[in-house]
Design a protein around this ligand. Structure first.
Ligand code: MN
Length: 269
């Protein structure tokens, strides 16, 4: 039966996964299929891995950890917590949309918050992990915004506002950012090669995984005579055609595999 062959392949992929990496799911209540696809990913795939790294923008936006009482957010936290309770180690790097996720959400979801860049040693690889927005240095407008909202003082002042007011401000910011993006070129919205090279240098790594740009792929960079590989994660959208999404897995032998949202291997390095 073809179904059982697929299941056998899926099972093999699951049992060998040391670490999975996912980002840019952009979870929001209005995207019910995307939400379900992510919950399926946790249940069917991440639950069989030793480690899961969420590399930013899991949520379309995050107004503060007091928003965890929203049933939708609670459902996501509970799903993460259930695989954490089952023994999967969960790690989190915030994205440009959910950088306000803090210790309260991390505790509810059973996750460990990491500061970026984070260097992980996995199956013989030294891997630099970032969301990717800090390397888009050609986007001067965004970099100025980022510098502002990443200040502890800005965050303190924002988080003392009532939740409803924070959501209104975020709504306005999101429409402003959509407007601004329409005017920016394709190049400006990608990572800057020099920023990537200096990150490889600073972290003394030859492998990197990030998201943010929504341009999945694997790229070679020459840094001080060394060949470095940069893996870019896809964004997710299962509510519109063609469906997008997926993750990267590293198996016990240190092989990188890229999976699509249906759990099929689409590339192996
Ligand atoms: Mn992002």
């Amino acid at each position: 039966m073809p179904g059982s062959i697929v299941n056998a392949q899926e099972k093999e992929a699951q049992s060998q996964a040391v670490a999975l990496f996912v980002s840019d799911v952009h979870l929001q209540p209005s995207l019910s299929r995307t939400t379900q696809a992510f919950l399926d990913f946790l249940h069917r795939h991440a639950s069989h891995a030793q480690q899961l790294y969420v590399l930013g923008d899991l949520f379309e936006y995050w107004a503060g950890d007091d928003d965890i009482v929203t049933p939708y957010n609670q459902r996501i936290a509970d799903a993460l917590k259930s695989i954490s309770d089952a023994g999967v180690k969960l790690f989190w790097i915030g994205g440009n949309r959910d950088f306000l996720v803090g210790e309260d959400f991390a505790r509810a979801a059973g996750m460990t918050l990491l500061a970026e860049p984070y260097v992980a040693d996995i199956a013989g690889h030294r891997i630099t992990l970032v969301h990717g927005d800090a390397q888009c240095t050609d986007d001067h407008g965004y970099m100025a915004f980022r510098a502002q909202v990443r200040q502890p003082e800005w965050q303190r002042n924002f988080l003392i506002l009532p939740l409803a007011q924070r959501k209104e401000i975020i709504d306005r910011m999101r429409s402003g950012s959509r407007e601004a993006q329409r005017e920016k070129s394709y190049e400006i919205m990608d990572v800057n090669p020099e920023a990537i090279a200096s990150l490889f240098e600073a972290t003394d790594a030859t492998t990197m995984i990030h998201g943010h740009t929504h341009r999945p792929g694997a790229h070679e960079h020459q840094v001080n005579g060394r060949t470095c590989i940069r893996h870019v994660l896809p964004d997710w959208d299962c509510d519109h055609q063609p469906m997008r999404g997926g993750w990267i897995a590293i198996d016990a032998d240190g092989r990188f595999k890229r999976f699509n949202v249906d759990g099929m291997v689409v590339r192996q390095d």
